[in-house]
Design a protein around this ligand. Structure first.
Ligand SMILES: Nc1ncnc2c1ncn2[C@@H]1O[C@H](COP(=O)(O)OP(=O)(O)OP(=O)(O)O)[C@@H](O)[C@H]1O
Length: 248
């Protein structure tokens, strides 16, 4: 289970209202794409689900319980850039979450626990198509490979919710197409709910089960600070995509 219930959420920074009265229930295993004009608050919305920002008003529930106040292993995230640690190898990057959650002070695992984690990490690296690159550093990988690594890093923690902030936005079209196939497969095979911000409508309709648009319903300059963006469109993809089926 990994249902998100966002209920009457507002986000304000000082006098500026960024998000206004946003309510949406995202069912377990959904893949929601968030679209909308630049600056309308999509990343802010994602950061609230991640636990990096708190709503000014309203509640966010994960499986019926209030979100933990801090980011945690139940929510993974991949950004357009800088999701991985440049000074760690591919294997080190995928292991780091496990190591830090098992041994927060030393950040190291030992003996059988380490062997099991390494085995799991290697399997995940192979699953995203990076077998053979375990000892490379991120700077030695292409942009597409770095995003595959970022996905492997996030998925090893088995998050209930995977948050994606334009993860494929900087990739060339050919590479993007390949990674879309990978993303579809990972979503199909992994029991998680995905929320992805994208500027690319084609990407939204290629991957998502539901496309949600944020917009400012009123955008006159004199009103800008007093009204935020909210959900103005909510489109279920037809025919419905169900997780666990073969990717189209
Ligand atoms: N920490 C912050 N303090 C003050 N204002 C902020 C903060 N974070 C975001 N904002 C403001 O909130 C608004 C929405 O920003 P956000 O990055 O969420 O939009 P976005 O829809 O993701 O934009 P883009 O599509 O360009 O990435 C912007 O006006 C931004 O300046």
């Amino acid at each position: 289970m990994s249902q998100l219930k966002i209920d009457r959420v507002w986000k304000e920074y000082g006098d500026q209202i960024v998000l206004e009265d946003v309510s949406i229930t995202i069912e377990s295993r959904a893949f929601v794409a968030l679209v909308g004009p630049s600056g309308c608050g999509k990343t802010t919305f994602l950061r609230m689900i991640l636990g990096q920002e708190k709503p000014t008003r309203g509640t966010i529930l994960l499986d019926g319980a209030p979100l933990p106040p801090e980011p945690g292993p139940d929510r993974g995230v991949v950004y357009q850039k800088y999701s991985v640690f440049p000074h760690l190898t591919v294997l080190g990057n995928v292991l780091v979450g496990k190591e830090l959650s098992a041994a927060p002070i030393t950040g190291r695992l030992f003996g059988a626990a380490r062997r099991a984690a390494v085995e799991e990490a290697r399997a995940m690296i192979a699953d995203v198509g990076l077998a053979g690159s375990e000892d490379k550093y991120p700077a030695q990988l292409s942009g597409g490979m770095q995003q595959r690594l970022a996905l492997a890093q996030a998925l090893l923690m088995r998050p209930k919710v995977l948050l994606l902030d334009e993860p494929f936005g900087a990739l060339d079209p050919g590479i993007r197409k390949e990674i879309h196939q990978l993303m579809k497969r990972l979503w199909n095979e992994t029991p998680m709910t995905v929320v992805m911000v994208t500027h690319d409508m084609r990407e939204a309709f290629t991957l998502a089960t539901r496309v949600v648009a944020f917009e400012r319903p009123r955008d006159r300059p004199e009103e800008k600070e007093r009204y935020g963006a909210t959900i103005t469109r909510d489109i279920e993809i037809w025919p419905p995509r169900r997780p666990g089926t073969t990717p189209a």
